[in-house]
Design a protein around this ligand. Structure first.
Ligand code: NAD
Length: 270
């Protein structure tokens, strides 16, 4: 390796850091958990459903898996406190667990509202609360929230989801201001359509014509259209790695869109 790539590696070296990743059993969370662990972090994954398929790889990377429901403050506190009890500190929290809600307002029930807002917004909020407690004691830390392009430019097909993600972006900016003095950085990633996720699979399962739905999803994201593919979980994880690393020591309150330009506006007709 060249000196330049060695330097780049050093800035992303997470040895000795302790990370908690919610929604880490699948998709973007799993890719982030793996990447942080490969860069030396001790990673604790919390998820509603732990998957057997992850057992071997997670064991190899010494990733610890715990059941957790981010909709409950007690459950997220238990995940975070448990990681600190086991590893001695908390340096990184990735608030990534989330669900979609493709419904017009006239069809949205109180339970739909609670499911989406509690998972996508309340979970990250209370995750931050308990992470901040430990990070204040430890002298600093980094929090990443997985928002969405819907958090930058709301969409017509999923108002409750758009509300949850726009509020998550607002929360990111607010907490970044509140806790800069604690040397806690708070940032978010805003993915576009990510192909290798359960969320996308579930979405496409609802479509009458799956191929047409994929085509429509790709064409709404200018770079995805140019490359004729969706974004990958790995591409989102790479942005998370940058944001948690020392290379981003002065970066806080930002949203990095990894959405192929989708949140810039309406793309031109092909
Ligand atoms: P995914 O469904 O593959 O992963 C989400 C994970 O979160 C799952 O393992 C699920 O079990 C877990 N989860 C759901 N509810 C939970 C709860 N209450 N407590 C704990 N864990 C819970 O989907 P993904 O795309 O990897 O989703 C990760 C994040 O990315 C979400 O916040 C989502 O809104 C966001 N996102 C996804 C896309 C996309 O195209 N897939 C685009 C933009 C943003």
């Amino acid at each position: 390796t060249t000196l330049r790539s060695q330097l780049a590696m050093m800035q992303c070296d997470l040895s000795g850091r302790v990370a908690v990743v919610t929604g880490g059993a699948s998709g973007i969370g799993r890719a982030a958990a793996r990447l942080l662990a490969r860069h030396g972090a001790k990673v604790f994954v919390g998820d509603l459903r732990l998957l057997d398929e992850n057992a071997e790889e997670f064991a190899d990377l010494e990733i610890v898996q715990r059941e957790c429901d981010v909709r409950s403050e007690a459950s997220i506190a238990q995940l975070i406190d448990g990681a600190v009890a086991e590893a001695g500190q908390l340096d990184i929290l990735v608030n990534n667990a989330g669900i979609g809600m493709v419904k017009q307002i006239t069809d949205v029930t109180e339970d739909d509202w609670a499911a989406c807002i509690d998972t996508n917004l309340k979970g990250p909020f209370f995750g931050c609360k308990h992470a901040v407690r430990h990070m204040q004691v430890g002298g600093g830390g980094v929090i990443i929230n997985t928002a969405s392009n819907a958090g930058l430019l709301p969409r017509a097909h999923d108002p409750v989801y758009s509300i949850s993600k726009m509020a998550l972006v607002a929360m990111t900016k607010s907490l970044a201001l509140c806790h800069a003095r604690d040397r806690i950085r708070v940032n978010c990633v805003c993915p576009g359509p990510v192909g290798d996720t359960r969320m996308m699979d579930d979405d496409l399962d609802l479509a009458t014509d799956r191929n047409a739905a994929v085509e429509q999803m790709i064409s709404a994201s200018p770079l995805a259209a140019a490359h004729q593919r969706m974004e990958t979980s790995e591409e989102i994880a790479q942005a998370i790695l940058y944001l948690v690393s020392d290379a981003a020591a002065m970066v806080t309150g930002t949203s990095i869109a990894i959405d192929g330009g989708k949140s810039q506006g309406v793309p031109p007709h092909a």
